[in-house]
Design a protein around this ligand. Structure first.
Ligand code: 13P
Length: 251
């Protein structure tokens, strides 16, 4: 009942010309994949160019971050209305934002509430560090981050939420989580928090993605798990591999 969801987080990669090239080549394969929500998230500078190429297709566009204020003296930031001009989705609370740019559960929550206010669908990222994983704190950390990010989200908006579980130790390392481990976090930690917040029915409608070294070769292992509804893909979303991942989600 949950439509699979595959999103490519391009991170800080691709000039406008490179972004156009990538979308033009990959778009052909992506368009052919049916029954999957497909989204690409280029840097802000390429949103306009990519939006122009994706117009009229079933491939969605997302931003990689967003500020919560409406406008004003926030040098270097992008406001919700600016994101909304191009994007249906926005990635919020990515671990790289938390790690390198000081984002906290509280500021992630402000961004999520701003997305709700403006009708932008947030892809909310949670996930423990290697140190927390090794200390057996995964459930505690992921629960805290999920509750923190979603405080104040209204039941009416909740079904459109997308949550991404991205264990930091699996991001960009080539060491993906096992399907079984990710399923445990999705099914025993995140989904129960969603039930607590929004009730069984709404929680059952929310897509929970796995992210962290997903490739065309390992994607099927994740998608075969009950509570894994798709993937948030970094490195492999810059290659044709992303089409293979979308195909695996459709299968
Ligand atoms: P990789 O797929 O490169 O590990 O990155 C995952 C990620 O951070 C997506 O947001």
């Amino acid at each position: 009942m949950r439509t699979p969801f595959v999103a490519g987080n391009w991170k800080m990669n691709k000039t406008v010309a490179e972004a156009r090239d990538l979308v033009s080549t990959m778009g052909v394969g992506l368009k052919a994949v049916k029954g999957v929500e497909k989204v690409v998230c280029p840097p802000f500078t390429s949103l306009l160019a990519v939006a122009n190429l994706l117009g009229g297709t079933d491939i969605g566009l997302g931003a990689q971050n967003m500020h919560w204020e409406e406008k004003g003296a926030f040098t270097g930031e992008i406001a919700p209305e600016m994101v909304k001009e191009f994007c249906k989705y926005v990635i919020l609370g990515h671990s790289e934002r938390r790690q390198y740019f000081g984002e906290t559960d509280e500021t992630v929550n402000k961004r999520v509430l701003a997305a709700q206010k403006h009708g932008i669908i947030p892809i909310v990222c949670v996930g423990e560090t290697l140190q927390e994983y090794e200390a057996g704190k995964t459930a505690e950390v992921v629960r805290r981050q999920t509750l923190g990010a979603l405080a104040g989200v209204e039941a009416g908006f909740a079904p459109s939420l997308v949550i991404a579980y991205e264990p930091v130790w699996a991001i960009g390392t080539g060491k993906a989580s096992s399907g079984e481990n990710a399923q445990h976090v999705h099914g025993q930690v995140i989904r129960p928090v969603l039930v607590e917040l929004f009730g069984q029915e709404t929680a059952g409608a929310i897509r929970i993605l796995y992210g962290g070294s997903v490739t065309g070769a390992n994607a099927a292992e994740f998608f075969s798990q009950t509570d894994i509804d798709g993937a948030l893909v970094g490195g492999a979303s810059l290659k044709d591999d992303f089409v293979l991942i979308a195909q695996a989600a459709a299968a």
